[in-house]
Write a protein that binds this ligand. Sequence first.
Ligand code: SAH
Length: 217
Amino acid sequence: MDPFESDRETMVREQIERRGLQDQRVLAAMRAVPRHLFVKSSLRKHAYADRPLTIGHYQTISQPYVVALMCDQLELADTDEVLEIGTGSGYAAAVLAQLCKRVITVERIPELAEKARETLAQAGCSNVTVHCGDGTLGHLEDAPFDAILVSAAAPSVPEAYKQQLRVGGRLIIPAGHSRSSQSLYRVQKKSDTEFSTEDLGGVAFVPLIGEKGWQET
Ligand code: SAH
């Protein structure tokens, strides 16, 4: 028995469906993943609230709606191979894992990567691999990907992500000149050299820190 099942149902109905997201696969994925496992035990009662929560190391687990929106915009098929940058708690990776064949996720903070591995195993996500390192360079070993989700904000879109997408592939990334507020972009690879870019609106993510991202402060 999952004591949070009704909280999760309310989250899906009131935060996600009510904001107009209708894709049944994405809604089912949001219903399936036990978000409370991905937050600290002291915050468990807030796990299904309509906001991000701290996960330590000055990082956050994203607001449920933002995760659903990003997954929806990736238009995933169950045969897709997906790269996520910024594993954090592992929650978004767990949602992606319901929607595609395989998820490779990269986290720069070793303690978060280790904890995410444990939580993902506990949640039964056997199709997710967590790597520790600088994700601003993508993950060449497993490229190309059908979709890339970047869960931290870059000053601009790192070139490696575009190169590591298959033709037809989609990239969702928050980017902008300010460290504290950005736009969420959807980039689609139309051919080896052509990309379309759509601005999905303002967001506030933690910074993507690394060689092609922001400097550590
Ligand atoms: N998807 C996460 C949200 C994590 S917040 C979740 O569902 O919980 C963003 C994460 O990006 C943080 O954990 C941060 O440490 C990580 N990050 C920042 N820069 C990074 C980089 N260059 N490579 C990999 N991870 C990075």
